[in-house]
Design a protein around this ligand. Structure first.
Ligand SMILES: [Zn+2]
Length: 401
């Protein structure tokens, strides 16, 4: 690790000034896999900056479109997800584009599609992506479905994908509900089986009848608005095939990094994180400061040649802003999460806006119990300030076919 730190420093053509050193170290440690982003034969590829290992049992529901928690990503980190495949005609093109970028993604496969195209499932796995599931038949009304049927949809989807993998391995315990049509009982069932329910942080509306340009515009606009997060796409849509290369090129040009998410196993423990990193809107300064002290201790403990920057000399906000400015990205408003300042009901339609009181709720295992089911939606409106684990009322999104 120390060697990689110095290799990283060399790459940054570091000058011995303290400011440059601090900035360089920041780049190294917020993108610990920056060198792994190298993609042989594809110098313009965005690559995959790091792998994030998550424990579904610790964090059973994620995705700020519907929940108060999401993946513990750093600023400018994006997780790519693709739903509804495999459909060879388009899924294979998506795989080829990702391969040309050395970008790893998570695929939420439909059991019926897996049954029809088992080779497509193996291609996703063999390319190193995360294989996850998305029910057997992609019903669009799971919210209203009897729980027994919903469970069957989940179980059958997992069984079909497992059969298609064909090597005795199971898909990752990651599950996305078709149409994001969530319900408490489904989330409770998933949690009981150690399955993590994935919403998303932003869609690009690629299941709608819109142009590839529109998909590109929405993807970039929404990523830029939040600065990081889980992007929801579909590998069965021709417009996504057309839009994806430009999305990846633009993300790279603007300094974004792709993070690959995999489930924890006994041999592969979860990436250490702080609880607040999973919160929808953590206090950025708090997260940064809580991670920063590891750096000087780690790097400079055995060397007298390089002075360790004192914490008191580092202004996180200024450094982070400088980093963005250097990448050519417009500086954000002073408030990193401008939505927080003015929560409005109407804004929920486009992007979920959390109630301010979300932040008053301590981390709790009751997360799955506090969802906004249809039956409770009315009371939630009246008691929004109390029942706040869910960031916003369900967004009327119809992800999927
Ligand atoms: Zn879907």
């Amino acid at each position: 690790m120390i060697a990689s730190v110095f290799a990283c420093l060399r790459k940054l053509s570091c000058k011995p000034s303290r400011a440059a050193l601090g900035l360089g170290m920041l780049a190294c440690f917020t993108a610990p896999g920056a060198m792994a982003a190298d993609c042989p034969g594809h110098p313009d590829a965005i690559g995959t900056s790091r792998t994030l290992v998550v424990d579904p049992r610790e964090h059973p529901i994620i995705g700020s479109m519907q929940y108060a928690k999401t993946l513990p990503l750093a600023d400018h980190e994006v997780v790519l997800t693709f739903d509804d495949g495999p459909l060879p005609k388009y899924s294979n093109q998506i795989l080829a584009i990702l391969a040309a970028h050395c970008a790893k993604a998570t695929f939420f496969l439909v059991g019926g599609q897996a049954k029809a195209n088992p080779e497509g499932v193996r291609k996703v796995r063999d390319a190193g992506h995360t294989v996850a599931t998305h029910t057997q038949n992609h019903p669009t009304n799971m919210q209203r479905m009897p729980i027994e049927r919903a469970r069957q949809e989940m179980d059958d989807g997992i069984a079909s994908v497992t059969a298609a993998l064909g090597d005795g391995t199971a898909p990752a315990p990651f599950f996305r509900i078709p149409g994001l049509s969530r319900a408490d009982a489904m989330e409770e069932y998933a949690a009981s089986k150690g399955i993590q329910v994935w919403s998303a942080d932003f869609p690009a509306d690629d299941w709608r009848h819109v142009s590839p340009q529109r998909v590109y515009d929405l993807a970039i606009q929404r990523i830029e608005a939040k600065g990081k997060g889980i992007l929801l796409l579909h590998d069965i849509q021709p417009r996504t095939v057309i839009a994806l290369p430009r999305i990846l090129q633009t993300l790279k040009a603007r300094g974004y990094r792709i993070v690959h998410v995999v489930p924890a196993t006994p041999e592969r423990p979860a990436t250490p994180t702080e609880p607040q990193q999973w919160q929808l809107h953590p206090a950025s300064e708090t997260v940064a400061i809580s991670r920063w002290p590891k750096i000087p201790n780690f790097v400079f403990a055995d060397t007298a040649a390089l002075p360790a920057p004192a914490l008191s000399n580092l202004d996180w906000r200024a450094t982070a802003s400088a980093k963005r400015g250097i990448r050519g990205v417009p500086l954000p408003p002073q408030l990193l999460w401008p939505q927080m300042a003015q929560p409005q009901e109407s804004a929920v339609v486009a992007l979920a806006v959390p109630a301010a009181s979300v932040f008053a709720i301590p981390e709790s295992t009751r997360v799955t119990m506090l969802g906004a089911s249809p039956a409770r939606r009315g009371s939630q409106t009246a008691e929004a300030s109390r029942e706040t684990e869910v960031a916003a009322k369900p967004v009327p999104v119809r992800a999927g076919k």
